[in-house]
Design a protein around this ligand. Structure first.
Ligand SMILES: C[S@@+](CC[C@H](N)C(=O)[O-])C[C@H]1O[C@@H](n2cnc3c(N)ncnc32)[C@H](O)[C@@H]1O
Length: 395
C-alpha cells in the first residue's frame, strides 16, 4: 500500500468512526465524570485516544498548546480548561468529519468554562506538514495519532520545528516491544486500529532524539494487546526542545545519586553513582529538567557521595535464588543506557530478560516510571529456582 493510500484509508476509518460514534481503541484513564461537566457527549463519544496527555499536569496556564490529531477535540477542550482564558489551543486533524464535530462544540465548551470566546482553533492539516508557524508552541500534545502516520520521523521533525526553544511535548501513543512483522504492517484494518503502525519503543524514542529532542522519558505506560507474540503498549512520553545556552551556569558538576550505578545521557556524558562529573553548560541545562533533577546533585564544586549518605540511592538485589518467569524489562529513559546494582546493562527501549530477583528490584519506588515490564511467556512457566552467586550476577 502506498503512503497516500494508507493515509486515505486512515482518514476514511476515522470519518466513519466520527459518523457512527463506534467504540474503538485503547485504555485512556480519563475522569469522564469530570469531563462531562464541560465537554458535550458528542465529543466524549468519539474519544479514540490511548492516554491523557492533557490531563497529567502537563499543561500550564497561559500556554499555547498544539494537539496533533485532535479528533473530536477531547484533549483540546481539557487543555482549554487548563491554559485558562489567556492561553490558546490549536487542534490539528486531517479528517473533515472530526474537524466538524470539534468545531461545532468549541463555542459550547467555551460557554461551559465561562470564557467570553473559545480559545481553541481547529485547523485542517497533516501531522507530517503542519500548518503551524516555526517556534509558536509551548507544549505539544497528541493522543494515539503518530502510530497512524506512515512517516513518523517527518512528524517528529515537524514537532521540533513548531515548538519554541524551551518548549516540550507530552504525547500518548501505541508502541511495540519489537519490530512489527510485515504481514501485520500491511493489514489495513490493524493499522487503522492503532496497532500495525506502532514503532518499537527504541525506534520511537530514537526518532524523537534524532529530531533534536532531549530528556525523552516515559510518564506513564499501560499494556494494550499481544498479537502473535508482539506486545503493543500505550505509553505517554515527555521530552524537551532545549533553548540555546550562552554558556553561563553555576552548575559545573553533577553527581549521580542513583538508583542506577552508571548512566549515559543523550549527549554521551557518562556518570558513575556518587562520583562528581564535570559537565558542560548544555548538560547542566538538561540535568536541571525533570526527572533528571531528582537523580542528580548539581553543584558549582565537586560533591562526592558515599554510603551512608541518604542522598545516595542503591537498590541491592536480595540474596535469594532467582526464578525465570518470562519477564522482560524495557528501560524507558531519560538516559541512553543504565546499569543496576546486579550488573545488568539496560539500553533504552530494548527488552532485557530478567529474573524474579531483578523484577523485585525494579519494582522499588526509586525505579518507579523508569521501566516497563512485560511478560513474553505464552504459557504458564514452571519457574524452577536458579542459583545465583552470592553478591549478585545471576542474570
Ligand atoms: C485514534 S484518533 C485519536 C483522536 C484524538 N486524539 C482522541 O484522543 O480522541 C486519530 C486521529 O488522528 C487523525 N490523524 C491520523 N493520522 C493523521 C495525520 N497523519 N495527520 C493529521 N491527522 C491525522 C485522524 O483523522 C483521527 O482523528
Amino acid at each position: 500500500m502506498s503512503t497516500d493510500d494508507l493515509t486515505q484509508a486512515v482518514s476514511e476509518r476515522y470519518a466513519r468512526a466520527a459518523a457512527t460514534g463506534e467504540q474503538m481503541c485503547c485504555p485512556t484513564g480519563y475522569d469522564f465524570a469530570d469531563l462531562r461537566r464541560f465537554v458535550p457527549d458528542e465529543v466524549l463519544k468519539i474519544s479514540y485516544g490511548c492516554g491523557t496527555p492533557a490531563g497529567l499536569n502537563s499543561v500550564q496556564p497561559g500556554e499555547t498548546v498544539l494537539d496533533i490529531g485532535s479528533g473530536g477535540g477531547i484533549d483540546c477542550f481539557e487543555a482549554s480548561r487548563r491554559v485558562g482564558p489567556t492561553g490558546r489551543v490549536i487542534g490539528l486533524d486531517m479528517t473533515d468529519q472530526m474537524l466538524a464535530i470539534a468545531r461545532r462544540n468549541a463555542p459550547l465548551v467555551a460557554a461551559n468554562l465561562g470564557y467570553s470566546a473559545s480559545n481553541v482553533e481547529f485547523r485542517k492539516g497533516m501531522a507530517e506538514t503542519m500548518p503551524v508557524e516555526d517556534g509558536a508552541i509551548d507544549l505539544i500534545i497528541s493522543n494515539c495519532v503518530i502510530n497512524l502516520a506512515p512517516d513518523k520521523r517527518k512528524v517528529f521533525r515537524e514537532m521540533h520545528r513548531v515548538l519554541r526553544p524551551g518548549g516540550r511535548f507530552t504525547i500518548s501513543d501505541i508502541v511495540a516491544d519489537q519490530t512489527v512483522p510485515q504481514y501485520l504492517i500491511h493489514d489495513r484494518e490493524k493499522w487503522g486500529n492503532c496497532l500495525s503502525g506502532a514503532l518499537p519503543v527504541c525506534d520511537y524514542v530514537g526518532g524523537l532524539v534524532e529530531a533534536g529532542f532531549l530528556g525523552v522519558h516515559q510518564v506513564k505506560f499501560v499494556p494494550w494487546q499481544v498479537i502473535d507474540g508482539v506486545h503493543f503498549l500505550s505509553v505517554t512520553l515527555t521530552g524537551y526542545k532545549l533553548p540555546q545556552t550562552d554558556g553561563r551556569t553555576d552548575v559545573r558538576f553533577a553527581t549521580l545519586r542513583g538508583p542506577f550505578s552508571r548512566a549515559v545521557d543523550e549527549l554521551g556524558q557518562v556518570y558513575q553513582r556518587g562520583v562528581p562529573q564535570a559537565v558542560s553548560a548544555r548538560t547542566a541545562q538538561l540535568l536541571n529538567a525533570p526527572p533528571f533533577d531528582r537523580l542528580f546533585l548539581l553543584s558549582e564544586a565537586p560533591v562526592p557521595l558515599t554510603q551512608p549518605d541518604p542522598r545516595l540511592i542503591a537498590i541491592l538485589p536480595a540474596q535469594a535464588p532467582c526464578v525465570w518467569a518470562g519477564h522482560f524489562a524495557l528501560f524507558t529513559g531519560p538516559f541512553l543506557e543504565v546499569c543496576d546494582d546486579d550488573q545488568h546493562r539496560y539500553y533504552r527501549g530494548q527488552p532485557l530478560e530478567i529474573c524474579s530477583k531483578t523484577l523485585a528490584v525494579l519494582g522499588h519506588e526509586a525505579y518507579a516510571g523508569r521501566f516497563t515490564v512485560i511478560n513474553r511467556a505464552q504459557n504458564p512457566v514452571g519457574g524452577a529456582e536458579a542459583s545465583c552467586a552470592p553478591g549478585g550476577s545471576c542474570c
